[in-house]
Design a protein around this ligand. Structure first.
Ligand SMILES: [Zn+2]
Ligand SMILES: [Zn+2]
Length: 300
């Protein structure tokens, strides 16, 4: 009796197919480029993610387990510490700080460096919306505009240009703030009624934001931002969840000598480590590790 031929070896499926988070809604972006040393380096880090102490899905141990499963060597939790934010951790800070220290020790046992950052905001004068003692204790500060401050109610609907000018000025004030290290999701997760009402899905909201950014966050403005960011030593985040900023904006930052940073902004565990846009931009612009801001543990 003749034996059956051996079954064919299972085909090698690419990472982009195997990892659902590697997919993107941007058809122009090709995430299938060949791996380079920079890509490998990028994929071992993520400096923007949330735990269930703020509005993330996983507890701190689950976040660590996810990072370890992805092969991250360094990562940071950056939960929300922002006055008025619905999931501000600051009222429970000392309890939180203790919990983080325990998980940092576990991470170190596993050969992983876990940093502690916060994600906060600024008022229209550039004052951080976080208590000083927290700001001085953490390893680094991400500042994101979740609300445009100091503008009259309903301004966006009445005078879109004035509203977005105020948003841009708030970002500039954040860059000038001495405690800020990273500007988070600079042209995504925009504080906008238009995005909320016109965008019916996550991708739909991102599409509306790209239209807004094209008009109100023009490349000419990025030239100014690039100079300011370089002058103040502030990095602009390459935001994984939204695949922003645009490559052309990041080119201007790089050309001015400003740094970029790596952050998924994962709230769900499955979104942690989603840094494909940083990889794409690195390939597109030939970024090297020197172009990235890498946070470090604060000396105690
Ligand atoms: Zn945010
Ligand atoms: Zn965030």
């Amino acid at each position: 009796m003749r034996g059956r031929p051996p079954a064919p070896a299972p085909s090698v499926i690419s990472r982009a197919v195997a990892e659902p988070w590697a997919r993107t809604s941007h058809p122009e972006v090709n995430y299938m480029d060949t791996t380079t040393a920079t890509e490998t380096w990028i994929r071992t880090q993520d400096y923007h993610m949330h735990s269930n102490w703020s509005d993330g899905e996983g507890d701190l141990y689950a976040v660590l387990a996810r990072c370890r499963a992805l092969g991250l060597k360094r990562f940071a939790i950056a939960d929300h510490v922002e006055y008025g934010h619905h999931s501000d951790v600051s009222p429970r800070w000392s309890e939180y700080r203790k919990a983080v220290a325990e998980v940092q020790a576990r991470a170190a046992d596993q050969g992983i460096e876990m940093l502690l950052g916060i994600e906060t905001g600024v008022d229209s004068d550039g004052n951080l919306l976080a208590p000083d003692e927290i700001v001085h204790e953490v390893d680094f500060v991400i500042c994101s505009v979740h609300t445009v401050r100091g503008v009259p109610e309903g301004l966006e609907a009445r005078d879109e240009a004035a509203y977005w000018q105020a948003a841009r000025e708030q970002i500039e004030a954040a860059i000038r703030c001495e405690h800020v290290d990273i500007i988070g999701h600079i042209e995504a997760y925009l504080p906008s009624e238009v995005v909320r009402t016109r965008g019916e899905t996550f991708d739909g909201r991102r599409a509306v934001e790209r239209e807004i950014a094209a008009v109100h966050f023009p490349l000419d403005w990025y030239k100014k931002i690039a100079g300011l960011a370089r002058e103040h030593g502030v990095a602009v985040e390459i935001h994984g969840m939204s695949a922003t900023p645009r490559v052309e904006a990041i080119r201007l930052l790089r050309d001015a000598g400003a740094k970029v940073s790596i952050g998924s902004d994962g709230h769900r565990l499955s979104d942690i480590g989603r840094v494909d846009h940083a990889v794409h931009v690195a390939h597109a612009l030939g970024l090297t590790t020197d172009d990235f801001f890498v946070p470090a543990r604060r000396e105690k």
